[in-house]
Write a protein that binds this ligand. Structure first.
Ligand SMILES: [Zn+2]
Ligand SMILES: [Zn+2]
Length: 121
């Protein structure tokens, strides 16, 4: 199950996105080079956030950061993180700058932490 904290303030979200968009060294373990944003740590968004706009989303603050929409979160709550939820999310790899741009089109609903079902067994 995903554990959800209180959604962040606008300032907290801005600081988070700025942090994600920050350039890192090419030797960084999750470095990715983007033609528009240079070298940042890679991020994942669900396909709905990638193509849609005005959605609510949940995001993690641990690297590599990841965000998914409320629709995906419904599947997570029902089934936990599994191949099925991954298929629903259809994760899109993007750079930190693109991630910040994408999430600026949506509204944070909460911070989430991962706990895979296997971990609790
Ligand atoms: Zn989604
Ligand atoms: Zn980019």
């Amino acid at each position: 199950m995903a554990t959800v904290d209180e959604p962040g303030s606008a300032a907290e979200v801005t600081a988070y996105l700025d942090q994600c968009a920050k350039q890192v060294r090419i030797t960084h373990s999750s470095a990715i080079r983007c033609p528009r944003h240079g070298v940042t740590a890679y991020c994942h968004v669900c396909r709905h956030l990638h193509t849609g706009e005005g959605l609510g989303y949940l995001a993690t603050r641990d690297e590599p950061v990841q965000a998914w929409c409320e629709g995906c979160d419904g599947v997570v709550r029902e089934h936990g993180w599994s191949a099925r939820t991954d298929a629903e999310a259809g994760w899109v790899l993007c750079c930190g700058g693109c991630y910040a741009e994408i999430l600026a089109q949506h509204s944070l609903r909460g911070w989430a932490g991962f706990s895979y079902p296997e971990d609790s067994e």
